[in-house]
Design a protein around this ligand. Structure first.
Ligand SMILES: Cc1ncc(COP(=O)(O)O)c(C=O)c1O
Length: 409
């Protein structure tokens, strides 16, 4: 690696650190010949359920499958509407369609960039007319709204107390998209305690894509739930609807997690609290370094949140030029996500346009994700902040010169 380069993500260092143990897991699978299911998967499921403080965990082959199976297991009927946010990875919405439902969107809160509970309530009040208890028909999609997927974006939980309160009023099932939020916590006023992502809805979906806070050396995902029946249903869905070998109660999918991946995830899970704490330390250091730079807004973390900073995204003016300035300084950055889903061609059928979801659009236009991983050094963070500051002061002098020129004319 170029020593001068600060990558956006470092997938090499954490694996080199665990190389011997990872090879040990692979050897174990080679020797017992169990590559799907078996003790490595079962042990990981138990440990991850405990980590999330959820009753059950069912490991599956990706976060997208986890979302789809969680929705199907929650008792969603084909043709019903499921709400989510427009500023998420497309997989959230894809899973809704793949589960046979219709997607619709609710805007986010301008500060946290997570689903806004007031806008969810407004949607239900404005767009739905009640057809008796528990059946709210969306004027947009013409179907019953039956579930909502808050996305814990960037590793920060959505306001689950308020979302759950709206959901209870309108009989919506809540499925958490916790694909970016392994170990994130939320202080529930209702329960008067800290709750963990993956334990606050009827089910939750996690992704173990390599770049996640808990990432496999390949693909992987999991559903967590406190509902025994839902867990059994997800187990069937991931394995062709089987209750026992070659006896299929329903049609399902090939959505299992490999044993080797489960073994590796189990190893890494033991380090996750430590890695998440390091991410929080790095986030606070960025906050401090960037606090005085004009035109830069650091992430907002409410008092009730313990975010795990899967992504550290700032809001900036003149994002494209700042990104290319950082790239010239050999600093990797990302955009999560540059075009909200309601403006993507894939969802043009919903008939939304620019201005439909102003908060999601404003964040898409200004967010910039900075390098963030447990091994990021203080010196690297200072270099990132210096490059941002250089760019911002360059912008400031250009603005000043333009103003002076305008004054002179
Ligand atoms: C918010 C969100 N939802 C769903 C997914 C899908 O997970 P996977 O890529 O494991 O299918 C991702 C993955 O990036 C994600 O970030």
């Amino acid at each position: 690696m170029n020593d001068n380069k600060i990558p956006f993500l470092d997938l090499v260092a954490p694996h080199l650190e665990l190389e011997e143990e990872i090879v040990g897991v692979m050897r174990e699978a080679l020797r017992n010949g169990q590559f799907t299911g078996g003790p490595l998967v079962e042990a990981f499921e138990k440990d991850f359920a405990d980590f999330c403080k959820a009753g059950r965990c069912v490991a599956v082959s990706s976060g997208t499958d986890a979302l789809r199976f969680a929705l199907m297991a929650a008792g969603l009927r084909p043709g019903e509407t499921v709400l989510t946010v427009p500023n998420t990875f497309i997989a959230t919405a894809e899973a809704i369609t793949q589960a046979g439902a219709l997607v619709d969107f609710v805007d986010v809160d301008g500060k946290t960039c997570n689903m806004c509970p007031d806008k969810l309530r407004e949607y239900m009040e404005r767009k739905c007319r009640g057809y008796g208890k528990g059946r709210h028909i969306s004027r947009k999609t013409g179907s019953a709204v039956s579930a909502v997927i808050p996305v814990h974006l960037y590793g920060q939980m959505a306001d689950m107390d308020c979302i759950n309160a709206v959901a209870a009023d309108y009989k919506l099932k809540v499925v958490e998209d916790a694909c970016q939020a392994h170990g994130a916590r939320f202080f529930s006023k209702k329960d008067n305690c800290w709750r963990t992502a993956g334990s606050m809805g009827v089910a939750a979906a996690f992704s173990f894509y390599p770049g996640k806070n808990l990432g496999a050396c390949g693909e992987g995902g999991a559903v967590t739930t406190n509902d025994e029946e839902a867990a059994t249903r997800v187990k069937m869905l991931r394995d062709h609807g089987q209750v026992k070998k070659y006896y299929h109660d329903i049609e399902g999918y090939n959505g299992r997690l490999d044993a080797i991946q489960a073994g590796i995830l189990g190893l890494k899970l033991k380090r996750l609290d430590e890695w998440n704490s390091l991410r929080r330390v790095k986030a606070y250091y960025y906050n401090e370094l960037l606090s005085d730079i004009k035109g830069v807004r650091t992430p907002y973390e409410p008092l009730w949140s313990r975010a795990v900073y899967h992504i550290y995204a700032i809001r900036v003016r003149d994002r494209e030029n700042m990104q290319s300035h950082l790239s010239k300084a050999h600093i990797g950055t990302g955009l999560h996500y540059p075009l909200p889903l309601h403006l993507q061609k894939a969802y043009s059928r919903l008939g939304y346009g620019k201005g439909s979801f102003p908060a999601a659009e404003a964040s898409a236009e200004s967010i910039l994700s900075l390098p963030m991983y447990p091994g990021l050094t203080d010196a690297q963070q200072r270099r990132v902040a210096d490059a941002i500051s250089d760019f911002a002061s360059g912008c400031a002098s250009v603005h000043k010169a333009q103003k002076e020129l305008r004054g002179a004319n």
